[in-house]
Design a protein around this ligand. Structure first.
Ligand SMILES: NC(=O)c1ccc[n+]([C@@H]2O[C@H](COP(=O)([O-])OP(=O)(O)OC[C@H]3O[C@@H](n4cnc5c(N)ncnc54)[C@H](OP(=O)(O)O)[C@@H]3O)[C@@H](O)[C@H]2O)c1
Length: 323
């Protein structure tokens, strides 16, 4: 019988859709003895997993409940197959991305600040914020107090499972889309990442939704910020180190660009870090995938993958094949 270890933090009723012929082993947060399992469903939080990894024996397959799996190969080594929960985060992360874009273009962080101050007349602060960040110092009458997404050029850096869901949700806004991924292809047109620098000046919104890897670390650095249009909105829904934080702080402080971040480098962002005080910035503390529907969806993806594994069928979401 296949032994499947799962985090004791997960409600057992979420595992009822798992295939027959397995033995489910609850793994507590702290392990003081070795446990033999064939398949491991790690807890969503890497630090908890790293504590129990030394006690896991016989693991052949890791079914991560997350899309980002960057900590697992180093912890488990090359002889283990690793799958992610591709698809489980699509809706929640794409909705976060749309909300972040709209919040920033509608200057909601400022309006929330105005609401808290109880000073209606501060609404004109939005005109000043608009002029500073976009560089549009022309006279507008009536005054501009928010912007529109409709018709803007949006670049998706990463056109995978979540990137495609973001595209679907952007449809009503009739934006001009520029898709960038590892490799180029047609129908629809996707550019190779090598073209990124040439394409950046065309976009008003740049969404990062790709995995962190040695190739994508600091993909967005001072050079890329310099290539962007004045006031470009950078949305990082992926992983913090894809952006060079020092360069980001500089670009925000000089009001070259604006940003919405669900992820930061470092993470958690320590108290007193310069990012907390940067202008034109919205930060959410890595919550993009965390809706009530997440666990059910992620475990469904894992259950389907497990069924394929047991049937000897090809797995769909392999991020590392065992060597
Ligand atoms: N904020 C959150 O809470 C949250 C939630 C879920 C996921 N995420 C992050 O979002 C990432 C994307 O998730 P997903 O499910 O959409 O992944 P996915 O389906 O695997 O798609 C990844 C996309 O990134 C592209 N890519 C990979 N390496 C690249 C490189 N070196 N340069 C340019 N593009 C590259 C891929 O290009 P090809 O299509 O050419 O292969 C693909 O289009 C995850 O890895 C995770 O880090 C964050």
């Amino acid at each position: 019988m296949l032994r499947v270890g799962y985090s004791a933090n997960l409600a057992a009723e979420l595992l009822t859709g798992f295939p027959q012929g397995i033995e489910l082993i609850r793994l507590p947060r702290e392990l003081d003895h070795d446990v033999e399992i064939d398949v491991w469903l790690p807890d969503p939080y890497p630090t908890r997993n790293l504590k129990i990894v030394p006690h896991l024996r016989g693991v052949k397959l890791v079914l991560s409940l997350m899309a980002g799996t960057e900590w697992i190969p180093g912890a488990m080594g090359p002889h283990v197959t690793i799958c992610n929960a591709r698809g489980a985060h699509n809706v929640s992360t794409a909705e976060w991305t749309l909300s972040a874009i709209l919040m920033m273009l509608k200057h909601f962080p400022l309006f929330l600040d105005i609401q808290r101050s109880g000073d209606w007349k501060r609404r004109f602060d939005a005109s000043a914020e608009y002029a500073t960040i976009t560089g549009d110092a022309g006279m507008h009458y009536p005054p501009v107090m928010l912007e529109e997404l409709t018709g803007k050029t949006v670049m998706l850096v990463g056109y995978g499972s979540i990137g495609k869901e973001i595209e679907r949700m952007l449809e009503p806004f009739r934006v001009e889309l520029i898709r960038v991924a590892r490799t180029s292809r047609d129908n629809p047109k996707v550019h190779a990442v090598g073209e990124l620098d040439a394409l950046l000046p065309k976009a008003q919104v740049v969404v990062l939704i790709l995995p962190l890897s040695p190739d994508t670390r600091w993909l967005i650095d001072a050079r890329q910020f310099a290539l962007m249009q004045q006031g470009t909105l950078v949305v990082n829904a992926a992983r913090g180190p894809i952006v060079n934080t020092d360069a980001l702080v500089e670009a925000l402080k000089s009001a070259r660009i604006r940003a919405a971040l669900d992820v930061t480098d470092p993470e958690p962002l320590p108290e007193g870090h310069p990012l907390w005080k940067c202008p034109n910035l919205l930060i959410t503390p890595h919550v993009g995938g965390s809706s009530p529907e997440f666990a059910r969806r992620a475990l469904q993806v894992a259950a389907d993958e497990l069924r394929r594994y047991m049937a000897g069928e090809p797995l769909l979401n392999v991020v590392q094949a065992a060597v």
